[in-house]
Design a protein. Sequence first.
Length: 224
Amino acid sequence: MKVLGILGSPRGRSGNTGQLLDRLIYKVKELGVEAELIVLKDLTINYCVGCDECRKVGNCKQKDDFLEVKEKILSADGIVMGSPVYAFQVTAQMKTLIDRLCSIGHYLPFQGKYGASVAVAGGVGEEDVIKYLNTFLHRFGAFVVGDMGAKAIDPGEFRDAAGAFKEASALGQELVNALREKREYPEQAAELIHFKEVLKNNVILTKGALWKAEYAYWEKMGWL
């Protein structure tokens, strides 16, 4: 069992989001679960170029650090995504990774995984970032166990540091509990069934002749 944290802050671990993810990961390890934190600013992940090669043949043609990150994500049981609020949304680093992960999005690759989101805002916007990250995790197939937002401006300037770090630890505990219990979320499961049907009818069956890799995968899985 493994939990993977993904940090989208340009300030890395020293930033406020990084500090909260570090605390969450520390709690996960304290509970006896393997955990790792990926810092996106330290990696080279290029923009998606929209070539659709991934949908046609199954692999992205770009040669950078994305493949290693993708494999770590796919091998994890729990995924925690963290981003500060930049211009009312996730950072460029986080959005670039999400855009590249869309190369496997139609495979619903997070099925059987559990996810959580962390966002920090100087003023407003953490709710929007959390909603976006949770939607991403869920639409890729994961059950979202929880999330947290905090207020801070410069590194360490939390409006309520004690409360924020306590909440980060609690979120780590909740994620581990869900993993160990193999917890079910009936409402989210029903939403995924509906989304899968929409995806099949509006994308896979419509574009199958062109996006052959995706169509072949759905056929192999018996989802058609």
